[in-house]
Design a protein. Structure first.
Length: 169
């Protein structure tokens, strides 16, 4: 598979058991208006959202680059700190009832210049331990967080995650 090709299939979006981003709808300005589903991440506490994903068979063993399309509910300035982590669900090896430590790769992204405009930050992971040794044909939980308590996250108001896209690096 060539670098840049989508190799991750999202199978489900799963709110976390605590501190979860909340579902919302962004209403477009057309007639009739678009209804864009988003997940609101608060500006004052760390919130999370899980994606159950499959690493497709066309994955060639490189790293992964995650794109996180998002909008700001109200802000037009300052930074949001996004993080992405992977929990591999290996065959007959990973007990999802057991605790797992998520190791995040982070990116700071500046709010778009107008509320309702998209931003497309990326988070990169190298193959191996950086992505919990996730292998093609396996499922994983991919966790996204807004680290609102980090010093670099200073954007007021909610950030609205629209999607998660996984490409081979």
């Amino acid at each position: 598979m060539a670098s840049g090709q989508e190799v991750v299939q999202i199978q489900d979006v799963m709110p976390t058991g605590a501190n979860s981003a909340t579902p919302d709808i962004r209403i477009g300005g057309s007639t009739p208006a678009e209804h864009i589903p988003v997940w609101d991440f608060d500006a004052t506490v760390i919130e999370y959202l899980d994606f159950k994903c499959l690493l497709l068979d066309n994955y060639a063993g490189g790293g992964l680059t995650w794109t996180l399309p998002w909008m700001a509910s109200t802000a037009t300035a300052n930074e949001v700190r996004w993080g992405v982590a992977v929990r591999r669900i290996a065959d007959d090896a990973e007990d999802v009832d057991s605790s797992h430590t998520y190791d995040y790769n982070d990116v700071d992204d500046t709010a778009p210049s107008a509320s309702g405009e998209f931003s497309y930050p990326t988070v990169s992971m190298t193959d191996g331990a950086d992505m919990d040794s996730w292998a093609k044909g396996e499922e994983a939980i991919v966790r996204v967080r807004r680290n609102a308590t980090h010093a670099n996250d200073d954007m007021a108001g909610d950030s609205e995650l629209v999607d998660l896209i996984g490409r081979e690096t």
